[in-house]
Design a protein around this ligand. Structure first.
Ligand SMILES: [Zn+2]
Length: 106
């Protein structure tokens, strides 16, 4: 799946004030699962921004419930072990900036 396909698939959840989804290709499946879980949790949930921040996934919502926070935190934790370039198991590495990468991409 491409980033454009990901955005189209979940367009109904993306706030019209959405400032975008800015992630590497390795996290597209992760974000797809995150958005499916949030969608299943609550009708009308609004995502305002998804991005890579300090090598982990940050997802911002227009409003938060405790369960939504738990889901977002779970995927943030998963992203710290998922290569942002290819999706294989990885770890956070410092390369001048922080990036979560597998052995092959590092
Ligand atoms: Zn990789």
């Amino acid at each position: 799946m491409t980033l454009t396909e990901l955005k189209m698939r979940h367009a109904h959840m993306l706030s019209r004030y959405n400032s975008g989804i800015e992630i590497g290709p390795g996290w597209i499946d992760l974000v797809d699962r995150l958005l499916k879980d949030l969608d299943a949790l609550q009708v009308g949930i609004e995502v305002t921004q998804i991005k890579s921040k300090y090598a982990t996934l940050s997802c911002y919502l227009a409003a938060y419930s405790d369960t939504a926070i738990e889901i977002v935190d779970r995927y943030e934790e998963l992203s710290a072990h998922t290569c942002e370039r290819c999706g294989k198991p990885g770890e956070i590495r410092r390369r001048g900036w922080l990036e979560t990468l597998c052995d092959d991409c590092a």
